[in-house]
Design a protein around this ligand. Structure first.
Ligand code: NAG
Ligand code: NAG
Ligand code: NAG
Length: 428
């Protein structure tokens, strides 16, 4: 009896290893057939583009609008109709001699849409990734239909700003976030003079990263200058925002973050012990437990040391970043789980470094610039080589200034933060 069980078991084991050998010897044709079948299954579980309502073409009464019109079938590499949109350069003021212009791309809403949204910061980046009618993510050979485009529900205006970024024209001259806001609002008002059917709509502004600083200041500016913009500001939505001092958003939570993802960083015990010791010495350890209480104990949170970035010998963020790159050269500071291969990127960023796997990047191609009325004489890159604040930005982080009152005045404020982001940390 016992031996029969053993026989049965060993037979089972043999059968299993035979199956494994079979799988190893699948022919290339078999593999392709299975891939095709999987691709078909994937397609049938998604709403097919054919079933989507055809994009509506709308007209604007101002004849100037037509010079910005983009035919949704004419966007390079996009082999489906994304519907009508409008893009190009718009000045930041009504002055006929104005040399400063920002680039925008405007999409009207699908059949259910009604709101006015404005999106900024790295609009072409986030737009091409996830919010436009087409999406072209890391490693994708071609763009695909984005069933979850924000444009399904709302008018969406992507703006490259401030002056000095992307395709924008003119020389940057701003000194702080209020001046940045004034220029962005000036641009939006010029946009509304052409696309005047959009006047008086509700406005929600969204953006990520440094937009976390720019948008609270812009919202504050709009609330303080209600007559300058013919839109009704209702709220802001900021993702992985830069809101506070670097020491708060990067240094204080960095070592905690490493412990949470110890198996991802794979540091040795000696290095971990060194980090723990520094974290203690620099007053990062236990900071959150001690100070982050509601209601706050003593008003504004204290700095852990003297510096708003990092005291000498306390830059644990950089130590972690360098060591993470040494162990995993594909370490992506915006998504720590990445490993080789580094996926090619149609925009060349974001990652730990700008990529050069494809040149020119999509928005620097002559055919793309032509299709969206972008200036041919600008070299486009995600991160501007030009300093948009030529003499620095004198504004304090918004969490210390305008953000609280903006949250009070907004109907809705959304602040979200990705947990895999080590550039700015959710806990900070
Ligand atoms: C859509 O409308 C614009 C004017 O706003 C016009 O130039 C264009 O030809 C129209 N496109 C289609 C496909 O009807
Ligand atoms: C641990 O990592 C540190 C930092 O890279 C290195 O200098 C050290 O030699 C390593 N120690 C051991 C025991 O591997
Ligand atoms: C670049 O082109 C724009 C028009 O597309 C023009 O207004 C601008 O003067 C040009 N700039 C330079 C430096 O040639």
């Amino acid at each position: 009896m016992l031996s029969q069980i053993w026989t049965a078991l060993s037979l089972f084991v043999v059968a299993a290893s035979l199956r494994a050998a079979d799988a190893r010897e699948l022919s290339r044709q078999d593999i392709h057939a299975r891939q095709l079948e999987a691709a078909k299954r994937w397609h049938s579980t998604r709403s097919s583009p054919a079933k989507r309502a055809a994009p509506k073409n709308i007209t604007f009464s101002n004849p100037k609008a037509s010079q910005f019109y983009v035919d949704g079938r004419s966007i390079p590499e996009v082999d489906f109709d994304v519907g009508p949109s409008w893009s190009g350069l718009m000045p930041i003021s009504g002055n006929p001699k104005e040399t400063r212009k920002l680039f925008f791309w405007f999409f009207p809403p699908g059949p259910d849409g009604r709101r006015m949204e404005a999106q900024d910061a790295h609009p072409l980046r986030s737009g091409a990734r996830s919010m436009q009618p087409f999406s072209w993510s890391w490693g994708q050979a071609k763009p695909t239909v984005n069933d979850f485009s924000w444009t399904n529900l709302a008018n969406v205006l992507w703006v490259e700003q401030p002056v000095g970024t992307g395709y924008s024209q003119g020389t940057p001259n701003i000194k702080n976030e209020d001046e940045l806001a004034a220029q962005l609002v000036g641009f939006m008002q010029q946009f509304l003079e052409v696309f005047s059917e959009l006047k008086n709509k509700n406005l929600y502004m969204s953006g990520e990263s440094f937009a976390g600083t720019m948008l609270p200041y812009t919202a504050n500016y709009i609330y303080q200058h209600p007559k300058e913009l013919d839109l009704k500001l209702k709220g802001i939505w900021i993702a992985d925002p830069s809101l506070s001092w670097n020491v708060v958003q990067e240094q204080i939570p960095a070592v905690n973050f490493v412990h949470r993802y110890e198996h991802v960083f794979a540091f040795n015990q000696t290095f971990l012990a060194q980090l723990d010791a520094l974290s203690k010495k620099c007053n990062y350890a236990g900071y959150m437990d001690k100070h982050v209480t509601y209601p706050p104990k003593n008003g504004l949170l204290p700095l852990p040391g003297k510096s708003t970035t990092a005291d000498r010998g306390c830059d644990v963020w950089n130590m972690i970043f360098n060591e993470a790159l040494r162990i995993n050269p594909a370490f992506n500071v915006y998504r720590i789980f990445d490993t080789y291969p580094i996926l090619w990127d149609v925009l060349g960023f974001p990652g730990s470094f700008e990529q050069v796997q494809v040149a020119p990047v999509y928005f620097d191609r002559a055919d793309v610039k032509k299709a969206i009325h972008a200036p041919a004489n600008v070299t486009w890159s995600v991160c501007s080589p030009i300093n948009v604040f030529p003499r620095g930005d004198s504004s304090l982080p918004p969490a210390l200034t305008v953000l609280p009152s903006v949250i009070e005045k907004n109907i809705r404020t959304v602040i979200v933060h990705g947990l895999a982001d080590f550039r700015l940390l959710a806990e900070g």
